[in-house]
Design a protein around this ligand. Structure first.
Ligand code: TXA
Ligand code: MG
Length: 318
């Protein structure tokens, strides 16, 4: 099928209330018609996701924000102009009529304009909002390839649009602009500094216990392999003292040259934050397939370009 036929097929699935997995530049989403409650219910069933976890509405362009939000503040306009299409989700006061299945019963709604050309083509052709969480089972690692979507959701999804490996590789930055001051609810590749620079005001980051963001639940983004973080300095002595009881294990390291030994899968990660984020979920999925006893992850550097990766690694290791 040529691309347009695939988009047409995906639109037909959405129109009849089915589920379409589609690529975005962050991770793959599991999409449903945002105005169809039965279709939205299928998302929760497929993901085994609790009903009070809100969904992001994906739209083709920022002008459609006003359909979903009753109040589009100057802050929201500025961020949309600076970062959309792109890996940013805005939380706004919801418009009347936005379904409870989307908002989780809250007074706010999450909105995003993705940049990936396949997502753009789908949203433009559908012409309406598409509600989509990441296309993984609840609590698991988000998929960054169509194959990973298939492994996660198998026959619970009606159609999967292919779009290669996601360029960003971790979920969008979520900024709550529904209150007086903007608050980052989930770090992503668009950093707090970049947001503060656009707004010309400091931006706070929510504490780990921020309400109602499933991404801030403790066990979120977790691989199946028991995972722990270790400082760069500790790793060489750890490797020296490994016992047979620990093996087989994997070590995910960006700074050390591979310390090869039987029973250790050494995964060399990129030294640069963007490339590291791009590779991370794929690496964690591959490690899970190896059925190892543990995964040791080298702590990543300080610096806000690493915030998203550091956040996901902390959650993975709980
Ligand atoms: O990059 C992304 O954001 C991907 C792609 C597919 O767009 N989507 C994604 O969706 O990560 P999901 O559902 O896995 O994570 C979205 C997060 C959830 O933690 C949800 O609780 C939060 O956004 N969220 C959505 N609406 C919200 C709202 N009104 N208030 C607070 N948090 C909200
Ligand atoms: Mg998710």
């Amino acid at each position: 099928m040529v691309v347009q036929e695939k988009i047409d097929k995906a639109v037909a699935v959405l129109r009849r209330g089915g589920l379409v997995a589609f690529p975005t530049e962050t991770v793959y989403g599991l999409g449903a018609d945002a105005s169809n409650p039965e279709a939205l219910e299928k998302i929760f069933v497929a993901k085994q996701r609790p009903a009070d976890h809100p969904l992001i509405v994906h739209i083709a362009e920022a002008s459609a924000m006003a359909i979903w939000a009753r109040e589009v503040s100057a802050t929201a306009e500025k961020l949309a102009a600076a970062f959309w299409p792109g890996p940013l989700t805005l939380i706004l006061k919801k418009a009347p009529g936005v379904l409870d299945k989307i908002t989780g019963g809250q007074d706010t709604v999450g909105i995003r304009v993705p940049e990936h050309p396949v997502a753009q083509a789908l949203l433009t052709a559908f012409g309406q909002g598409v509600a989509a969480p990441s296309a993984n089972r609840f609590g698991r690692i988000s998929p960054t390839t169509a194959l990973a979507v298939d492994e996660e959701l198998e026959d619970t999804v009606d159609y999967i649009l292919e779009g290669g490996q996601c360029a960003v590789g971790v979920e969008s930055t979520i900024v709550d602009v529904s209150g007086e001051h903007p608050v980052i609810l989930r770090p992503g590749m668009i950093t707090a500094q970049q947001i503060a620079a656009v707004l010309q005001e400091p931006v706070h980051t929510a504490t780990a216990k921020a309400p109602r963001v499933s991404g801030s639940m403790e066990s979120h983004y977790a691989p199946e392999t028991p995972t722990e973080l270790m400082s760069s300095q500790q790793i060489p002595s750890f490797v020296e003292e490994i016992t047979l009881m620990d093996l087989p294990l994997a070590i995910l390291s960006y700074s050390h040259p591979p310390m090869k030994c039987v029973g250790i899968e050494w995964i060399a990660m990129p030294k640069e934050a963007k490339q590291y984020a791009h590779d991370l979920y794929h690496a964690l999925r591959e490690i899970d397939k190896m059925k190892l006893k543990r995964l040791v992850v080298e702590q990543v550097p300080a610096g806000d370009e690493w915030d998203a990766v550091r956040d996901r690694l902390q959650r993975a290791s709980r």
